[in-house]
Design a protein around this ligand. Structure first.
Ligand SMILES: *Cc1c(COP(=O)(O)O)cnc(C)c1O
Length: 358
């Protein structure tokens, strides 16, 4: 083992790489991790001992608060490699950093220092650079997360935490045709709750309603507001866009809606391209009417994992509505997906300054 220290981070390098054991042509999303991981502990009122070490299991007391109260948050971001030059880029990492601390604050987890976050990303991507594959749709998924590690089952915030970053190679995520059910009873988040935070428990709470949708032959749930189930808010774990005639509509962010980086980027692209777009509340009724009169052209989800995920049908009150099949050049979903991926993979100009070289 060779141990070195960067500006802040101690690096304990893996003796050998596991990269040759990974079948990059047949990856199951998020199951094979790179050679190294980042770990930093919060103790005695400060984040300390930032370390990069070989990827491997942790030893945590079963009494740690994360297991009892779910005090945990995470982020999701990606690194991309330019096919020609081999340069490696992140996409708007500052946004993920800021959001991680917004989520942490809501979950009473101490904010993480920016210099550690960025030094960790740079160092990990230097060590595990070979894991970032070039080629259409290939990327390295990056998962920062933080959890309460203090031992004790008293229901009070922890005074010890662990912040970690894992990285996993990912391939183009072909979601195919996504069929969704509009939620009539279940809610993802509520006013004053934690819907705007990437809190681990938000996901756990979605699995059961999503399973019920699966049993009926659908893939995901479109979440509606928890008060009246009247307004359309998010799709699965993605933000959601509707195209009625040629106008793109998405809900405004609120304490129930996650402020997605992909969502913001789609809105900037729409603005840049002169596509009509409205950030406003949209009702289920408006959607159903638009489906009936033929003005509903598209529904798509946006998120880091799948970039853009087109919806082919939605169900509401036991009625299924199919979306029209648009030619590729007609589809806003395909257009935004291509534009985003071209910027991410350094194939297109980046008028917004979204790429961040590492
Ligand atoms: C992470 C997430 C998104 C997508 O955010 P991106 O920054 O675009 O990846 C949307 N909705 C929810 C609930 C999320 O957790």
């Amino acid at each position: 083992m060779s141990i070195t220290t960067n500006k802040h981070i101690t690096v304990d390098k893996a003796d050998t790489s596991r990269i040759s054991e990974v079948d990059f042509e047949n990856l199951t999303f998020g199951t094979a991790f790179t050679d190294h991981m980042f770990e930093c502990d919060y103790k005695d009122g400060k984040w300390q001992n930032p370390t990069i070490k070989p990827y491997g299991p942790l030893t945590i007391s079963p009494g740690a608060k994360v297991f009892h109260y779910g005090q945990a948050v995470f982020e999701g971001m990606k690194a991309y490699r330019d096919d020609e030059s081999g340069r490696v880029f992140l996409f708007r990492p500052e946004e993920n950093f800021k959001r991680m601390n917004i989520s942490s604050k809501r979950m009473a987890i101490p904010e993480f220092p920016k210099e550690y976050f960025f030094e960790a990303l740079h160092t990990l991507l230097e060590l595990d650079r070979d894991w970032v594959k070039s080629g259409e749709g290939n990327s390295l998924y990056i998962r920062p997360f933080a959890m309460a590690t203090q031992v004790g089952v008293s229901a009070a915030p922890s005074n010890e935490y662990k912040f970690m970053i894992l990285m996993a190679p990912a391939q183009a995520y072909y979601t195919g045709d996504v069929r969704v059910v509009i939620a009539e009873n279940f809610s993802r988040s509520a006013d004053g709750g934690v819907g705007f935070a990437k809190a681990a428990g938000n996901y756990g709470a979605q699995f059961y309603p999503t399973n019920l949708a699966r049993e009926k032959g659908f893939d995901q749930v479109i979440w509606t507001d928890s008060n009246e189930h009247k307004y359309l808010e998010e799709a699965g774990t993605m933000n959601v866009f509707f195209r009625i005639n040629d106008t793109l509509i998405t809900a405004p962010t609120s304490d129930r809606i996650l402020d997605g980086v992909t969502r913001k980027s789609v809105l900037s692209l729409a603005e840049h391209e002169g596509i009509d777009h409205e950030v406003r509340r949209i009702t289920v009724e408006e959607l159903v009417n638009a489906a009936k009169d033929g003005s509903l052209k598209e529904i798509f989800g946006s998120g880091t994992a799948a970039v853009i995920s087109p919806v082919s049908a939605f169900s509401y009150k036991e009625q299924t509505y199919d979306l029209p099949k648009l030619a590729a050049e007609e589809s806003y979903a395909k257009r935004f997906k291509k534009q985003l991926m071209d910027i991410q993979q350094n194939r297109a100009e980046d008028p917004f300054g979204w790429r961040y070289e590492v």
